[in-house]
Design a binder for this molecule. Structure first.
Ligand SMILES: Nc1ncnc2c1ncn2[C@@H]1O[C@H](COP(=O)(O)OP(=O)(O)OP(=O)(O)O)[C@@H](O)[C@H]1O
Ligand SMILES: [Mg+2]
Length: 452
């Protein structure tokens, strides 16, 4: 991202307001406000500006609100994603804690239920042949398909009254092809990050599954950033509307808010209730835009954060009218966000939108990955065939060797026998000679006698 990135937000007392992330203490922006107050529209406006400035962005789209902006429409339900995937440099035990926490949070599980999930994940890793779950993956981990996890969790030896409820709650996971068709390998972030990527989450069965898919993707992203390394320039924005689904202590979103700046990544979040964010998160956000909040409790919370009276938030009646606070400025000021329809490039974007074409990059990548997997599988099969052929030949060779040994033995035996026989012949011929000698002597005697 260029240092001059300047995002046009709207007007304040007829002056144009620009958001310059580099000037703030971090690149993150949080927007809050009641239903219909203008949050989604604000995100759209920011996306349009990021697109114009050619900054990469990823949006987790729960409602099909942002499709039209996509350069890369990620129809993620067509892919596969192993929820228990251990990425390079990740430790299986860490994944075990993170994923059990995610599942517990999205399905509102209790501590015991979370512990059952945790133990089942450990058992799954063991069954996958991982000997040391505290050792980081250096590339040799091969997981069993996720369907094995279902068998493990459904056969949990733990007897607790929470178990049937737990199984009922999470069983939806085992109806999701994205997970169930996943083997050890999984989609890569290079397939996802391309200009403006919209990740379509609408087609998953429940809100919980959508949140879990989003969480898993963010977890992948965090790891991807760690491997990619630190970066001074902001090169990527992650945008999450209705972020309340994904805010819990230790969530990937929280981690990203704390750490992604160092990796050149900004986060933009929208949520109806300011209390979805902890005070620390709000106090540390580089930029806050707050719209109408009628709930007293929420207005009080905002009043504290933006340092203006709570009635200011309660009195707001127009969509897109709110207050903004930049960390670089002391004063909170009013703002009217300029909606996308009033921005020049929007009409062009809508006119040129072609869903199939926008989904082409991701779907092509999926097809390429599938082809490679098939090739690999075919190679494995032909390797197996060759191994079988070799085994067959080895068997034949060992049979022949045994035959040779048997023959050699019988030759040796015959040789030994013939030696014995020769010895006997020699002995007999000796005896013969002796007899001949004796006969000679007798003949001589007879001769002598006859002469006499
Ligand atoms: N800045 C704006 N200028 C003009 N109209 C706006 C503006 N922002 C929002 N609106 C109008 O108000 C409607 C509701 O806004 P939006 O969908 O952004 O609300 P929201 O805060 O996201 O609500 P929810 O929490 O229910 O998702 C929009 O359909 C749009 O017509
Ligand atoms: Mg909205």
């Amino acid at each position: 991202m260029t240092k001059e990135l300047s995002v046009y937000l709207g007007t304040s007392n007829k002056n144009k307001v620009f958001w310059n992330p580099k000037q703030e203490k971090n690149p993150h922006l949080i927007t809050v406000g009641g239903s219909g107050s203008g949050k989604t529209e604000t995100l759209k406006a920011i996306m349009l500006e990021l697109k114009k400035s050619k900054i990469n962005s990823i949006i987790l789209d729960f409602h099909n609100d942002f499709k039209v902006f996509a350069d890369n429409l990620v129809q993620i339900d067509k892919a596969t994603l192993h929820p228990l995937e251990v990425q390079i440099n990740e430790k299986p035990l860490d994944v075990c804690y993170k994923v059990s926490k995610m599942i517990a949070s999205v399905f509102s599980l209790g501590d015991v239920q979370e512990a059952i999930i945790r133990e089942a994940i450990k058992a799954f890793y063991l069954k996958s042949g991982i000997k040391d779950i505290k050792k980081a993956n250096n590339g040799d981990i091969e997981l069993l398909p996720f369907s094995f996890f279902r068998d493990i969790i459904f056969d949990t030896p733990i007897k607790n009254q929470g178990v049937p409820k737990l199984l009922a709650k999470i069983s939806v996971l085992f109806d999701v092809d994205l997970f169930m068709e996943a083997d050890g390998t999984s989609l890569s972030l290079d397939t996802i990050i391309k200009n403006l990527s919209v990740i379509e989450l609408l087609d998953f069965p429940t809100d919980e599954v959508k949140a879990l898919v989003a969480d898993l993707l963010l977890k992948k992203l965090v790891n991807f950033l760690y491997i990619k390394g630190k970066c001074e320039d902001y090169w990527l924005y992650i945008i999450i509307d209705e972020a309340h689904r994904m805010m819990y202590p230790g969530s990937p979103v929280e981690l990203l808010l704390r750490e992604s700046r160092k990796y050149g990544v900004g986060i933009i979040l929208a949520s109806q209730r300011p209390t979805d964010f902890s005070e620390t998160i709000l106090a540390n956000a580089g930029t806050i835009i707050a719209f109408q909040e009628s709930l007293d409790k929420d207005a009080v919370f905002l009043s504290k954060q933006l340092r203006i009276p709570k009635v200011n938030f309660q009195k707001l009646k127009t969509a897109g009218l709110g207050y903004y606070l930049f960390s670089s400025k002391d004063e909170t000021e009013q703002i009217q966000i300029t909606p996308v329809k009033d921005r020049k490039e929007y009409k062009e974007i809508v006119k040129n939108f072609d869903e199939e074409e926008r989904a082409d990059y991701f779907n092509k990548e999926l097809r390429r990955i599938k082809k490679e997997k098939d090739k690999y599988k075919a190679l494995e099969v032909s390797n197996q065939d060759q191994e079988n052929e070799i085994k067959k030949l080895e068997k034949e060779i060992s049979k022949l060797n045994a035959e040779i040994e048997r023959k050699e033995y019988s030759i040796k035996k015959t040789e030994a026998e013939s030696k014995e026989k020769q010895k006997e012949i020699i002995k007999l011929s000796h005896e013969n000679d002796k007899l001949d000698e004796k006969l000679g002597m007798r003949d001589k005697k007879i001769e002598k006698l006859e002469k006499k």
